[in-house]
Every structure is written in C-alpha cells, then in structure tokens.
Ligand binder design. Structure first.
Ligand SMILES: [Zn+2]
Length: 82
C-alpha cells in the first residue's frame, strides 16, 4: 500500500486504518515507529519510507519515542497465548 494512503486529512499519519488495524511505520534508518513519531518533522534519516498494517506479532515499542506500544490486531499468534 502506498504511504500516502496512511496520511490523515490533517497531514499526519493514521494510527489505525479501516478495520481498526494498527499501523506501523518504518524509517529510512530502519526504525519501527509509531504514527505520532511518523508525523513529526525530522531529518532525512528519520524519514518515513514505508508503512503497513500490523496484523499479528508481539507488542512493538516505538523505537523513536520509546513510549508508544504498537499492538498487533490479532496478538502474538506464535506465542501460544499467555
Ligand atoms: Zn513514537
């Protein structure tokens, strides 16, 4: 999916897309970041180059702000539950 599709009308990036799926963003430097950080003005190394719905997997901690936890839509299916 094109990155533009994740942009909101206000110029930021969407936290979730249609269906309520969380979105993760990837920077030029290979960081996995949250929508809020994706929308911040940064230098080129932090430029957002890709995004995708995060369907399943462990919770991700945003590697930029180190605060936002991105939860997958279906959880960590390989973990066998808790
Ligand atoms: Zn963040």
């Amino acid at each position: 999916m094109k990155l533009e599709l994740y942009k909101t009308a206000r110029g930021g990036y969407a936290t979730t897309i249609d269906g309520g799926y969380p979105v993760v963003y990837y920077t030029h430097d290979g960081l996995t970041i949250c929508a809020r950080c994706a929308g911040l003005e940064t230098d080129d190394t932090q430029a957002v180059i890709a995004a995708e719905p995060y369907y399943e997997g462990p919770d991700l901690l945003c590697e930029d702000c180190q605060k936002t936890v991105i939860q997958s839509a279906y959880g960590d299916l390989n973990n066998g539950g808790e």
